[in-house]
Design a protein. Structure first.
Length: 291
């Protein structure tokens, strides 16, 4: 009888030890919202940000949820959200930089404002969160930062240069960050999903730059996106569950592709790159002084 009681206590203790305090951006819809719901159901505490906190509050009511209206492009706004999370919950264990959006249009047709705005949210928003949370993680000598990139962070596609630029930047940022914070026992994982069945593609014409140039045939891309919207193979619930799982690993991956499509696209891209490097190897290796 005591054995059963002790076993149950060990199981309970392990379950409790896996509960964490999460800070998640872009939490009012899509993957962010799915992740918040799963975490709360599992007994975790969650600080969640959105451009409007009411968008979160309308969908979730929970004593362990703290929702913030946060402008990720504003360092002060981000700092306040993180400070209030620490004040409320005492610490932060996991940070998920999930907020982001896509904007389609050729390099030539995207305005300076459009390009900078998407960079402000998708990339500098992530930088702002990391900069403001690291003093706490460094001091507590623990934590896990999960940055959501994309398969577009490994392969650039025409008529999507702005989005690809931000997601490539997130991958590079994450790799450098992982080296910097390793001495403080802080883990970093950059996640590159393929196509998952969220509302990411639901904005329609809002996904297109203001002045597209007809010669770049934007309609071809939009038709493909519309045809595949709602038919994506990826299950956001499975993705969210895997994100939770890796935070319990002693050695989580630095790079994590999510989705069979992401794996195929990125591995084929790497193979193509290697073949191209080999073709031009003679020129590449002929640049030393004296050669």
């Amino acid at each position: 009888m005591n054995f059963i009681k002790n076993t149950n206590q060990i199981y309970t203790d392990r379950k409790m030890s896996n509960r964490k305090i999460w800070f998640i951006t872009g939490a009012s819809k899509g993957l962010g919202l799915t992740l918040v719901k799963l975490l709360l159901n599992q007994g975790n505490k969650v600080a969640a940000t959105s451009r409007n906190a009411s968008d979160i509050d309308k969908q979730i009511k929970h004593e362990n949820l703290l929702a913030f209206t946060t402008n990720l492009a504003d360092d002060k706004s981000v700092n306040e959200a993180i400070a209030q999370t620490i004040a409320k919950f005492g610490k932060i264990d996991v940070v998920v930089n999930n907020a982001g959006y896509s904007l389609y249009g050729s390099v030539e047709s995207l305005s300076d404002k459009e390009f900078r705005q998407i960079m402000d949210i998708n990339f500098f928003g992530t930088v702002n969160v990391i900069r403001n949370v690291m003093p706490y993680l460094r001091k507590q000598k623990s934590g896990h930062i999960i940055n959501i990139s994309s398969v577009a962070g490994y392969k650039g596609y025409g008529n999507s240069p702005a989005y690809a630029s931000t997601k490539f930047a997130v991958v590079g940022l994450s790799e450098a960050l992982a080296e910097e914070v390793k001495p403080f026992n802080v883990k970093v994982t950059v996640v590159a999903p393929g196509f998952f069945r969220t509302d990411f593609l639901n904005k329609g014409s809002d996904l297109v730059c203001k002045n597209p140039i007809p010669e770049y045939h934007m309609e071809t891309l939009l038709n493909w996106l519309n045809e595949n919207n709602g038919k994506q193979a990826g299950d956001p619930n499975k993705l969210a569950n895997h994100l939770i799982e890796i935070t319990n690993l002693e050695n989580p991956p630095i790079h994590l592709l999510m989705g069979a499509d992401a794996y195929q696209i990125v591995t084929e891209k790497r193979k193509s790159e290697h073949e191209e490097f080999e073709v031009w190897k003679n020129i590449t290796c002929s640049t030393n002084i004296g050669e």
